[in-house]
Design a binder for this molecule. Structure first.
Ligand SMILES: [Zn+2]
Length: 283
């Protein structure tokens, strides 16, 4: 089985992950300021990078052999949670620079404020609405599915897992009139059950954070790692995430792994709390 998995694994260029693009301060470290985002895109453009949605990137990877202009470095660009701030502060920048991106949508929250991300001064954030998502797609961008309710998928029943993965994807397709090829699990957390369900639902691939060495991916499914951009990242750290020739590359990969391990600890505690609250409420 092992060799089959290796053989079918597609080679993907690096993929960046952003969340909010806003200058409104908050406790989270996954925010990028509006001006900072523009500067980062400008920096990548000047370094010869072209940023693509995941499906755009998959097309390019398949055509890579007859690419005439090899000086362009193609990488992927994604935004998790489909915050309105991405529409307000990143959309125009992408169009201006000729880039595209995939935004991962928690489908129950389309056009609504979030309540799944509590505790940060009780701040709530708007999500893109149906019209904004359609406009996003019309401009050459992509939407992916980020579950229905943004729950930690280790805590949902088997039936709910289907509605969070397959049902949510179908609803997103109906709503936008556009094919949904990619699923990104909330908090980047997955196990074999999640991957099997994603594959059975007919997705092309799953976009995660870091791969778990102990979880084997079904051979038909593409499992894609992404590198999170943090508020404090400098240009050299941004480049270290995507350029294996950078002297900081190995350090940055280790740092990304450590931050994820830390955030999974926090997420596990939050998830347990939520589950306890549910138990109390249901009696
Ligand atoms: Zn998320």
């Amino acid at each position: 089985v092992d060799s089959g998995i290796q053989a079918s694994e597609k080679i993907f260029p690096p993929v960046l992950l952003y969340h909010k693009v806003t200058s409104v301060p908050e406790l989270g470290i996954t925010r990028t300021t509006s001006a900072g985002f523009r500067r980062q895109m400008q920096f990548l453009l000047e370094k010869g990078y072209k940023l693509h949605s995941l499906s755009g990137l998959a097309d390019i990877s398949e055509e890579a052999s007859d690419e005439p202009n090899s000086s362009i470095k193609h990488i992927g660009l994604t935004f998790d949670d489909a915050y309105s701030s991405v529409y307000k502060n990143a959309f125009d920048v992408l169009s201006e620079f000729g880039f595209s991106a995939t935004v991962f949508v928690p489908v129950n929250y389309i056009g609504r404020r979030n309540d799944w991300d509590p505790g940060r001064f009780m701040m709530k954030f708007d999500h893109m609405g149906k019209g904004e998502l359609k406009e996003w797609i019309s401009a050459g961008n992509e939407v992916g599915c980020h579950s229905a309710s943004h729950q930690h998928l280790s805590l949902v029943s088997k039936m709910d897992r289907y509605s969070e993965i397959e049902g949510a994807g179908r609803r997103l397709e109906d709503l936008t009139g556009s094919k949904v090829n990619w699923f990104a699990p909330p908090f980047g957390w997955y196990d074999r059950h999640v991957l099997d369900t994603v594959q059975e639902a007919g997705y092309y691939g799953t976009a995660i954070l870091r791969k778990r060495k102990t979880t084997v991916c079904p051979p038909e499914l593409t499992l894609l790692e992404r590198r999170t951009v943090y508020l404090a990242d400098s240009f050299s750290m941004l480049q270290a995430k995507i350029d294996s020739g950078s002297s900081l590359y190995n350090i940055e990969q280790i740092r990304l792994g450590l931050i994820q391990a830390g955030s999974w600890g926090t997420v596990a505690v939050q998830a347990l709390k939520q589950q306890k609250e549910k138990l109390y409420k249901s009696g």
